[in-house]
Design a protein around this ligand. Sequence first.
Ligand SMILES: Nc1ncnc2c1ncn2[C@@H]1O[C@H](COP(=O)(O)OP(=O)(O)OP(=O)(O)O)[C@@H](O)[C@H]1O
Length: 555
Amino acid sequence: MKLFRLFPGPPAKTMVIIVVLGLLNSAMSSGMLILINNRMSGKALPFPGYEWLAYILLLVGILLVGRVFHAYMIKLSQNALYTVEVSLLQKIRAALFQDFEGLGEEKVYTAISDAKMLAQTPEVILGLFNAAIMVVCGLAYMFWIKPLGGAALLVLMIFLLLLYLLRNKKIEVELNKVRDLQNQYYKYLRDLLFGFREVKMSIERNENLYHDFLQRNRDQGRELSVKTNIRYLNNELAGSLSWYLLLGLILFVFPALNHLGVAEMNTFVVVTLYMMGPVSTLITFIPFITRTKIAVERIEELEHSIRANITVKQQYNDLAEIQEFLNVRFEDVSFFYESRNGKQPFGIGPLNLELRKGEVVFITGSNGSGKSTFMNMLAGLYLPASGNIKLNGKEIGIHNYPYYSDQLSAIFTGNYLFNENYNQWDLTTSNELFMDLIALMELKDVIKLDTIYKDIGTRYSKGQQKRLAMIYALLEEKDVILLDEWAAEQDPYFRARFYKYILPLLKKRGKTVVAVTHDESYYTCADRVIHFEEGVIVKDHYLQPGIQAVHIDIK
Ligand SMILES: Nc1ncnc2c1ncn2[C@@H]1O[C@H](COP(=O)(O)OP(=O)(O)OP(=O)(O)O)[C@@H](O)[C@H]1O
């Protein structure tokens, strides 16, 4: 069964424990049933005078086995949740960036909540097994007492059960509609919460979002929920009434047909009441199977849609040996995004270029020309569809991409600042490099050293966050730094400082800088300008120091 692949430990061992515990529990529950029934009907047991002791022993036994049963179940469920969650996180962290990008964060969140749902599986299977044994025992007991009565009861039970399930199936279809409405509701709610500032800026947008989407959705949700829940209630009531139908059969029909005596009638009633709980457990299992199937499929789909076969940390990788960056070469490299709606996807290449140690290279080009796509390739985040990338002459294959990326620092547009110091940098005044970088980025009066990782989003402005990102990138002390429109959020003063002071300083310190920029007036600050249009390099040239603005040929 696919499901067991997601759980820890050998399935056989788990099954044996479930079977043993289930049998023990059922044997004792059945013993209790027989004991109560015999006491009620005045039948003698093989140990006259000690029925009370048997009763106490059975009670203690049921309690103890139940305790072990449930403790085992809790452990099994938590282990299952842990295994599924950890394996998902492992796969996600090792996933190729381009696969992750295509996935979307909602799918990850859904898979994690699916994992939580799957964690209930051991509990449900255990309960189901137990319930099945109890129902079989109850029915067998009735067959043993009166075969015909038992058979009649079984047939009626199956009929009522099928009726219940049929009605429930219809309700489930409606419940799916409620769920769809709920998903849409979250989408609109997300727009309200994340776009709150924009919502406040337009009365029309505010009114329409509320009346035409949020409120209308909630109206439909309320209407459908009331209808569905009442249907559900009716079915549940019909389900409970079914038991009274069965009891009616035992209390009135069977005696009228002279089929059951009083003692047998009592036994039938007790057994029927005893089976009520286990039968409902069996019924709830059916929708659970459907939900589990969907959850397993969704998790598997996620696993298949990400190529998670790259081991992040390997025992040995030849790129890890590289001490100094010399050059990176693109040889006939191309890349294409996935095609959507049958449209021709955007692609770049074939690209042929070499970036050398100590160069300050600007990547320029109009919007959508492929600059960021190129930067993602250069960073080792997008794998080429064809061609080769070589670092210091060593070819980068799928197995050593993480080591290639690890040689570079990068600040992307919409750069993310982490909540924790995952690199475990020394962020105290005793770290000279750190203090030097704070001064370089002119953040002395802004950074509170003890709270640097707290409230990043609110404490620092966008421009300050970029400067902080630069500090972290330079703390990595890598030879190459990639910047995607880093200066876009900086004020004119700091922008000039970046191009005219910080970049030359980085070059002096031996860094190789590749920066995407639209700041035409600073193009002269580069050693080399590479211009993109429609995914290809249309101009790649070196500048002489001190020469005026670069002339760019636009196709
Ligand atoms: N994840 C993606 N999936 C599909 N297409 C994408 C994706 N990201 C970008 N594109 C497309 O690739 C093209 C190039 O995008 P890219 O971000 O590389 O341009 P850019 O030169 O950096 O533009 P800008 O100057 O606006 O930042 C665009 O047409 C864009 O629609």
